[in-house]
Design a binder for this molecule. Structure first.
Ligand code: ADP
Ligand code: ADP
Ligand code: ZN
Length: 215
């Protein structure tokens, strides 16, 4: 199964993508996580991406598309995957559609996790991220077992630089301008599924399973 998670920054794409990946035993591919791993490792790709990310802007398509297409051609992607944070622009979506068509396949579902802007700022300011394993928590809605320590790998959690309120506002503007049009793109392609992302995490997950028709 090949899935795309759509939604504003902080809508819960990563949270749900992790649960989906576990249930269906497919890789969770987050372009944000790949960029952050490259920044941590001080690679050339990471250095290029960092300045855009810090400003709440998108990393240019020339960098992002090639990186994602390389990833989905890896062996573990043969049985499907869940994409989290890609595509974010129409050219990214078109490149993905074309690459998949060349492989004789296509996306099964694009799941839009719908959350109004008003809810986003509180979700982002409370988000705590593990830069080691990609897990995310929320100080109020999903706290780790030990304060500021990742349940999965034991590393310290951080408030991402780009989750500060000034940058979140910029990221929301970028979302509305560049990413929201993808909802229509996938609606026209006949694969869009909408879920109400304002429910609690478990209910959002149950809604997703229901629309996937799995249970
Ligand atoms: P969130 O999950 O909060 O939306 P991400 O971890 O997906 O954040 O992305 C963090 C940042 O990484 C984005 O603000 C952007 O700068 C960059 N990024 C991630 N995915 C993409 C993409 N597909 N295209 C361009 N930039 C991206
Ligand atoms: P995205 O990947 O779309 O940027 P995340 O999955 O990282 O979003 O979630 C953003 C923040 O909101 C995190 O702190 C997460 O723990 C929290 N969160 C995710 N889903 C929900 C939900 N349904 N209700 C409340 N908080 C949530
Ligand atoms: Zn961790």
């Amino acid at each position: 199964m090949k899935l795309i998670m759509l939604g504003a920054p902080g809508a819960g794409k990563g949270t749900q993508a992790k649960k989906i990946a576990e249930k269906y035993q497919i890789p969770h591919i987050s372009t944000g996580d790949i960029f952050r791993a490259n920044i941590k490792g001080q690679t050339e790709l990471g250095m290029k991406a960092k300045s855009f990310m810090d400003q709440g802007m998108l990393v240019p398509d020339e960098i992002t598309i090639g990186m994602l297409l390389d990833r989905i051609h890896e062996a573990d992607c043969a049985g499907g995957y869940v994409l989290d944070g890609f595509p974010r622009t129409i050219p990214q979506a078109e490149s993905l559609t074309k690459a998949l068509a060349e492989m004789g396949t296509g996306i099964d579902y694009a799941i839009n996790v719908d959350v109004p802007d008003d809810n986003i700022v509180s979700r982002m300011s409370g988000r705590r991220a593990c830069l080691n394993c990609g897990a995310t928590y929320h100080v109020a809605f999903n706290p780790p077992k030990t304060e500021n320590v990742c349940n999965t790998c034991g590393q310290s959690l951080v408030l991402r630089d780009d989750d500060k309120p000034e940058t979140v506002k910029k990221r929301l503007d970028v979302y509305h301008q560049q990413t929201q049009p993808l909802i229509d793109y996938y609606k026209k392609a006949g694969v869009l599924k909408e879920v109400d992302g304002t429910q609690n995490m478990e209910d959002v997950f149950q809604s997703i399973i229901k629309v996937l028709g799995a249970e």
